[in-house]
Design a protein around this ligand. Structure first.
Ligand code: ZN
Length: 212
């Protein structure tokens, strides 16, 4: 069976459940309106699908996926619209109550950034331009861990970039306003692919604790 045939076969199974369970967990999904109170921002890596990792169903999560699960700082003049637009929609229209930024180990986007900095190459590719968001985190890792191997540097950088993305979220006016009136909470999670464990970022101590 080809990869595409496998996708179609998978959809057939989903379709049967979906059409048979319209009054159950899929009830009302065809209607407009807020179906989720949670936004997850995750990497586009196929191994870290938020819905699969959290055992969620259609309608449970709004999800933004991009290279390295990065959140750029708010910039009204920016021409990078995709992630900010989805954040605005989630915060202002869906009125989500939680935003989870989920990083992960062995992230190719973070690895690519570190390699570029070590090679001192010009950031010309779209991937390079996008991961500039995590450049301060990567530079800090290269200063603190100059002799570590690339895997260890990447894991450390993913964690620092995650913390930076949480800080960047606070620069969005509508997020800042909702944080101030406590109508929204933001969370940092880190999924370790090697162990299957999930860690939670502690803002106060700037450390990660094992969640599960
Ligand atoms: Zn990744």
């Amino acid at each position: 069976m080809s990869d595409i045939d496998a996708l179609v076969a998978g959809f057939k199974e989903f379709h049967e459940v979906y059409t048979e369970d319209r009054e159950g967990k899929y009830h009302g999904l065809a209607e407009y309106g807020p179906h989720s109170k949670i936004l997850m921002i995750a990497c586009c890596d196929s191994r870290v699908d938020p819905a699969i990792i959290t055992n969620s169903s259609a309608g449970d999560l709004m999800v933004i996926r991009n290279m390295a699960n990065l959140v750029p700082p708010y910039d009204a003049a920016s021409t990078s619209y995709e992630t900010p637009a989805a954040i605005e929609f989630a915060a202002c229209y869906l009125q989500v109550e939680h935003i989870v930024v989920m990083g992960h180990s062995r992230c190719a986007g973070i690895r690519s950034l570190l390699t570029r900095l070590v090679d001192d190459s010009d950031p010309t590719r779209p991937l390079d331009k996008w991961t500039v968001v995590a450049e301060p985190a990567a530079k800090q890792v290269l200063i603190e861990m100059p002799d570590a191997d690339l895997d260890d540097q990447s894991c450390a950088c993913s964690r620092k970039a995650l913390a930076a993305s949480l800080n960047n979220l606070r620069t969005y006016p509508w997020i800042a306003e909702r944080l101030s009136n406590k109508s929204i909470a933001i969370h940092g999670w880190y999924f370790n692919l090697a162990t299957g464990e999930l860690e939670r970022y502690q803002e106060d101590s700037e450390t990660f604790e094992q969640l599960f």
